[in-house]
Design a protein around this ligand. Structure first.
Ligand SMILES: [Zn+2]
Length: 553
């Protein structure tokens, strides 16, 4: 073997390693920590109770504004608009560039236009055989009662075309309970949890991406519409939409989709197609209230309920928005790193964990990076999406406008200059790692970025896909978009799409940890020599249909 060959053999591994070596600026990461935790501060508030003192986290202040003060933020509701105006003011106050509400139309979209809707009054009680207040919430886009009403209960599940015949002529003047008696197994597992080391380890060795939704998802009830063609199903659903009002029912009542102990999960709204202002009142109530009434009816004890439900619609306001703000890049201003999460929420709690968290973190990342006056090559752009809960509508509209229409896959110059997108939308739990979304090429990069943050997170990297939120809109047009792995906490058992999605469920130390890690990832992506590697461009896909309402994180 010649000396030259020997030398090149010795150098080969070094060269290979050099290709994947990330230059992580530990001094910048230290500065980011100080900007979030304050000088000498630890997690959870340091010296000033964490309510936003000198140099420290603003996360809980921002959370207060988005949840207690301006929440909930159902897309296009008056609260959503006021929260958007507040966010714009706050982002401008921090000196960010190009701060604006970027409008997109909801009219003509799947599911119908999203009206400006809000609930303005609710009272509900059982009045016979005895008095019991009912813990309940109007569903999104529910209509109003004509004033206080009283009516008898009838249990009538309508799930298949035969049921329409079965109940025809029997619902007039009735309050219709549309769900079966709810099974409430005794809870024996903790309400909230963090990932164990073992659970995190189990995510690593997977070789191929699996799972579209990660956690969550509804259990396996057989679908009575499974054997229908899409046209048959649509025809049935069109009939079903008007069935209860055509039959003269007073209103519909459903049980909380899951959960117990006074928590109401009910993300599914009333229909928005047709004329939603004519929607019957529809409410969701706690499983325990529902079951008591259902058992009385089953035992032929006459039950009367009284309701007064007030909601308001403004059908002229169907344009939604995303909140956008930037820090211009110093040397490659046309290249783009994005950070975000959805801004809209459901309307029963205040939208704290879903997704005040992702919105707060993205804002906090921008505040930190701006306040440190760091020189970043690429432009960093924040986007807080509207319409996520109605089917990722805001991020899809944005991606189509700026990067590529998935139906044609004709890409723009902005698509070419896109370096990466980071999303948070899994509740208040801290970051434990990241989903690669099937992009094996970013693994060695993220490994090194996490190595520089090992005091904050194990940095688990899994090839797994996670779905149900806005990074998918980027992934769908071949752009690298990522969602972090977060501790589950009580997201699926208590807060996600429930009346208990409130400020008090937010964990401050977790919020601060997430802000530091997300800021570091965004900084790294904005300063590394190359854009993040991409998967191959996907083929055009037909316009998306059939995402069930309420399927989103
Ligand atoms: Zn969400």
């Amino acid at each position: 073997m010649s000396r030259k060959t020997l030398l090149s053999l010795l150098l080969l591994p070094l060269l290979a390693a050099a290709q994947t070596t990330e230059k992580v600026d530990l001094n910048v990461i230290h500065k980011i920590k100080i900007a979030e935790l304050g000088e000498g501060g630890g997690f959870g508030g340091g010296g000033d109770g964490g309510r936003g003192g000198r140099g420290g986290s603003q996360a809980m202040n921002l959370m207060f504004q988005l949840s207690d003060h301006y929440g909930p933020r159902l897309t296009n509701s008056p609260q959503f608009r006021r929260a958007g105006d507040w966010a714009v003011g706050q982002l401008k106050e921090w000196g960010l560039s190009n701060v604006h509400l970027e409008k997109w139309p909801t009219a003509g979209g799947r599911g119908g236009p999203i009206p400006s809707w809000e609930m303005t009054g609710y009272s509900g009680a059982m009045v016979e055989p005895t008095y019991m207040p009912i813990i309940g919430y109007p569903q999104a886009w529910s209509g109003s009662t004509p004033g206080p009403i009283t009516g008898e209960v009838i249990m009538a599940q309508v799930q298949a075309p035969d049921d329409l015949t079965k109940w025809h002529g029997k619902l007039k003047g009735k309050i219709v309970f549309t769900a079966p008696l709810q099974e409430l197994p005794f809870p024996t597992t903790p309400l909230a949890s963090r990932y164990t080391d073992e659970e995190l380890r189990d995510m690593v060795p997977e070789l191929l991406p699996t799972g579209g939704r990660g956690r969550g998802g509804r259990g396996g009830q057989p679908n009575p519409l499974a054997n229908m063609t899409p046209e048959e199903r649509q025809a049935f659903q069109d009939k079903l939409r008007a069935f209860f009002s055509d039959e003269g029912a007073l209103m519909t009542v459903t049980a909380s989709a899951r959960g117990e102990s006074g928590t109401v999960f009910a993300s599914n709204g009333s229909p928005r197609t047709g004329d939603p202002t004519k929607n019957l009142p529809s409410i969701a109530i706690t499983a325990e209230n529902y079951n008591r009434i259902a058992r009385l009816v089953e035992h032929n004890v006459p039950v009367k309920l009284a309701f007064d439900i007030k909601t308001s619609f403004d059908m002229s306001q169907t344009e939604a928005f995303n909140v956008v703000a930037e820090i211009p890049g110093a040397t490659k201003p046309n290249e783009l790193v994005m950070v975000g999460g959805h801004f809209d929420s459901w309307h029963m709690g205040t939208g704290a964990t879903d997704n005040g968290v992702g919105s707060v973190e993205a804002m906090e990342v921008m505040r930190i990076l701006k306040s440190l006056n760091l020189k970043m090559d690429r432009t960093v752009r924040m986007a807080l999406w509207g319409g996520e809960e109605e089917g990722l509508l805001g991020s899809q509209a944005y991606v189509k406008e700026h990067f590529a229409d998935p139906a044609t896959m004709k890409t723009t110059a902005e698509h070419n200059g896109f370096a990466g997108y980071f999303n948070i939308d899994n509740g208040t739990g801290r970051i434990r790692g990241i989903y690669l979304q099937g992009n094996e090429m970013v693994r060695p990069i993220f490994e090194q970025w996490f190595a520089a943050l090992k005091d904050l997170t194990p940095g688990v990297i899994t090839i797994r896909n996670t779905g149900g939120t806005d990074h998918q809109s980027f992934d769908r047009v071949g752009l690298p978009g990522f969602q972090f792995i977060q501790d589950p906490m009580d997201y699926n058992t208590r807060t996600h799409h429930s009346n208990m999605d409130v400020y008090d469920r937010i964990q401050q130390a977790d919020m601060e940890q997430m802000a530091i890690i997300e800021a570091a990832f965004v900084y790294n992506a904005a300063t590394r020599p190359e854009k993040l590697p991409r998967k191959e461009l996907p083929p055009p896909t037909p316009p998306q249909g059939g995402r069930g309402r309420g399927a989103n994180q």
